[in-house]
Design a protein around this ligand. Structure first.
Ligand SMILES: [Zn+2]
Length: 391
């Protein structure tokens, strides 16, 4: 991606951005791609090698003559701590900047016990996990956190989160940074899951919409390689779109919302009303897997309801892929079949011509991978790398 004549304005950060796809390149290739002279490429690479962002090697597959020197992104140069907090469970991990999971743990961690108790456990577990990797805490370049509620992205503070008592306005980044000694970025859990899936699918799969069907229903949108948050950070809130013909009361105060008919919580309530014991979304899926006909019918119908809402969104937004995740979506074909059936029958043919509708590739790792991607995008932003190397 040459940027202007003679590579003007192409700093070390832009070179690193090219190498982040994982392919090693020679000086000559980098000069061609950037428009920089080979001597300037060499100078930029020296800065990147000094900071261990890039490693030099030899191209073993070059045929004949001297092997060419190649340069590759060093994903192991730094580590990221990641925490994906759900309503009652959390997944925590240490990853490198190539998104390899170095250590990982799932924990019972109800967010309703308030921010300080919850985040204390988060910090303790992350420190434990880091110790098991043998990495030095100085190698941690950032901490990424996903929370199960709305987050003001700029400040990392939760905003009126409905299932997180005591968290409204709590300064999560400052609190955690004080204990973990690295910058902390926070976002809504569905947003980071969308980022994780987008990173795994690759940059060509864009725009991507990730729909989480669990206790509630929400979605994250990645377009042009970036999260689309909307003016107030409320983009993607598909759970409270009205479903035709439904008057079911919703926890938001309205009636007929998608979440009131197709979420794990609403299906569990419907099962209880039919005299079948079900506490939440996991029980709904377990009953369906055990062959319970009521649960199976509910899950299939939930897929069609989600599909009807997504059909409108497909017409409006023309995504390249819709990824389904969350407890209920992991029930597999029953949900996918309902979603596909409705989207393909109701969306415009041009919008569905190349549309993929599939289950999450990362499953319950989507959140930790996405949290680490969020940190990596921040730390490895070309302007940040340029500042680091200049300083
Ligand atoms: Zn609602």
């Amino acid at each position: 991606m040459p940027s202007g004549a003679n590579g003007q304005g192409v700093g070390a950060g832009a070179l690193l951005a090219i190498l982040r796809d994982g392919r090693a390149r020679t000086r000559g290739e980098l000069a061609r791609l950037t428009g920089l002279s080979r001597s300037t490429v060499t100078q930029r690479l020296d800065g990147l090698i000094d900071q261990r962002w890039v490693v030099a090697g030899e191209d073993s597959i070059s045929s004949g003559g001297r092997p060419a020197g190649v340069f590759a992104f060093n994903g192991g140069a730094r580590a990221v701590l990641a925490a994906d907090l759900g309503a009652t469970h959390a997944r925590l991990a240490v990853l490198d900047l190539s998104m390899n999971v170095l250590a990982e743990r799932a924990a019972e961690l109800p967010v309703e016990q308030g921010p300080e108790r919850t985040l204390c456990r988060v910090a303790d577990i992350l420190r434990d996990l880091l110790a098991t990797t043998g990495l030095d805490p100085a190698q941690v370049c950032g901490v990424g956190v996903g929370l199960p509620g709305p987050v003001e992205h700029g400040s990392g503070r939760p905003v009126n989160p409905p299932i997180m008592p005591g968290w409204d306005g709590f300064a999560v980044p400052g609190w955690l940074q004080g204990r973990l000694g690295a910058p902390v970025l926070v976002d809504n859990d569905v947003n980071i899951m969308a980022l994780g899936e987008h990173w795994t699918a690759g940059p060509a799969v864009d725009p991507l919409i990730y729909v989480k069907i669990g206790t509630g229903i929400g979605s994250g949108i990645v377009s042009g390689g970036r999260l689309h948050r909307g003016a107030q950070g409320a983009a993607g809130d598909v759970g409270h779109i009205r479903v035709a013909g439904s008057r079911a009361p919703c926890r938001c105060g309205n009636a007929g919302c998608l979440e009131a008919v197709a979420s794990g919580a609403s299906m569990a309530a419907a099962l209880r009303a039919a005299g079948i014991e079900a506490a939440g979304s996991r029980d709904v899926v377990a009953l369906m897997r055990a062959g319970d006909l009521t649960a199976t019918r509910l899950v299939r119908q939930a897929g069609r309801e989600v599909g009807a809402v997504m059909a409108s969104i497909v017409n409006f937004f023309n995504p390249s892929v819709i990824v389904l995740g969350g407890d209920v979506a992991e029930a597999g074909e029953q949900v996918l079949a309902g979603v596909r059936e409705t989207i393909y029958s109701r969306s415009l043919p041009l919008a569905t011509q190349h549309l993929a509708i599939r289950a999450s590739e990362l499953g319950d790792r989507a959140g930790i991978v996405g949290a680490a991607v969020m940190v990596a995008e921040h730390v490895l932003a070309p302007s940040a790398i340029d500042r680091q190397i200049a300083g």
